[in-house]
Design a protein around this ligand. Structure first.
Ligand code: UT7
Length: 324
């Protein structure tokens, strides 16, 4: 007995912010953003669109594609760094929106690898008899915590959500994984205020501490090493060689980081899916948004070996090897 992804779906807000738009807001250029990151545009929420709004739309599509009713869900897990509230959990808001009255609900905060972490959690729950259908969601509204006066970060982030229904199956489709943390380096990528340590105050607002602060160059170096390590170890744990991999679907933070991971695994460019140009960095949503696009383009074929690989704030990183 094992588990598999029964369906995949995504939802992004309609509004688009292009590199040209950003040129008018900060001292940057389309040329700099494109060559340093691979990003051309990103989707951004309006004031009345929230993480739960995007998550709910992705969830509805995922249920539709899975051909199951919301009442068939035993659990909803939302991975996000930008939950609607501290509490209640965004998973509870999604539950109410879709009418999944039989579901257990909770959130996790695992930054950009959030979707990889939720998949691993869901896979674990599937081994317990009463959990059969689990909805896992990666959803973010990062632009709500982005400082549009900081050119070092504001060009990077976008909003979106991806959702998958995970279900029991006779054959195991979750072949192996590797999850890791390095908490000593948390300060390099942090939202300093708004938690219990540094509560919201006039000073924290004045210091713009309710926004993402990132030492990009340092994060970059660790991201390259972490993504490579995660992919290699997850493949080892799965007993699969890189030459057997059909797709590397990596967290879309920077095209150069993905290229470095691909090269380390010895994969050709056509085995790597890249869509950072259209969405920017959507943290926990980036992998399911990519998987959804691949599904809609007919690129995902039964039996393919796919490595999902991500790195983010914490630092935490991880990869999971799945059979489609
Ligand atoms: O999602 C989870 C984890 N996040 C990541 O993995 C992100 C990792 N980091 C990165 O992707 C890259 O470090 C960035 C894209 C953020 C930055 O690229 P970089 O090649 O590391 O640039 P840098 O920070 O070293 O900056 C190079 C130069 C600097 O100017 P000087 O000091 O050389 O004169 C920056 O001030 O580029 C300047 N710069 C910009 N110029 C135009 C920084 N941001 C911009 C900008 N437009 N938006």
């Amino acid at each position: 007995m094992g588990g598999k992804i029964l369906s995949i779906a995504a939802h992004v807000p309609e509004k688009i912010l292009t590199n040209e738009d950003l040129e008018k807001m900060v001292d940057t250029s389309d040329e700099w953003i494109t060559t340093r990151t691979g990003i051309k545009e990103r989707h951004i929420t309006k004031d009345n669109e929230y993480t739960s709004t995007l998550a709910t739309e992705a969830a509805k599509k995922a249920l539709d594609r899975a051909g199951i009713s919301p009442m068939d869900l035993d659990m909803i897990v939302v991975a996000s760094a930008t939950h609607d509230y501290w509490f209640p959990a965004t998973a509870c808001l999604v539950q109410a929106n879709i009418g999944a009255e039989n579901a257990a609900c909770f959130d996790i905060e695992a930054a950009c690898p959030g979707f990889v972490y939720t998949l691993e959690i869901a896979r674990g729950f599937l081994s317990i008899p009463n959990y059969n259908n689990i909805l896992v969601i990666g959803a973010e509204t990062l632009t709500k915590i982005t400082d549009y006066t900081d050119r070092g970060t504001c060009v990077l982030f976008g909003d979106g959500a991806g959702a998958a229904v995970i279900t029991k199956s006779d054959e195991e489709h979750f072949l192996g994984s590797y999850l890791k943390g390095n908490g000593k380096l948390g300060d390099l990528l942090i939202m300093p205020a708004g938690g219990t340590r540094k509560r919201c105050s006039e000073e924290s607002i004045k210091n713009r501490e309710h926004f993402i602060k990132m030492q990009g160059r340092e994060v970059f170096k660790h991201a390259v090493v972490g993504m490579q390590e995660a992919a290699i170890k997850a493949l080892e744990n799965a007993g699969i060689s890189p030459s057997e991999v059909d797709w590397l679907v990596a967290h879309q933070a920077n095209k150069r980081i993905i290229d470095a991971t691909r090269k380390k695994l010895g994969l050709p460019e056509e085995k790597v899916y890249i869509n950072i140009d259209k969405y920017g960095n959507t943290s926990s949503a980036s992998i399911p948004i990519a998987l959804n696009e691949m599904y809609e383009k007919g690129l995902l074929k039964e039996g393919q070996i796919i490595v999902l690989d991500a790195f983010g704030a914490g630092f935490i990183y991880g990869a999971i090897v799945i059979k489609w």
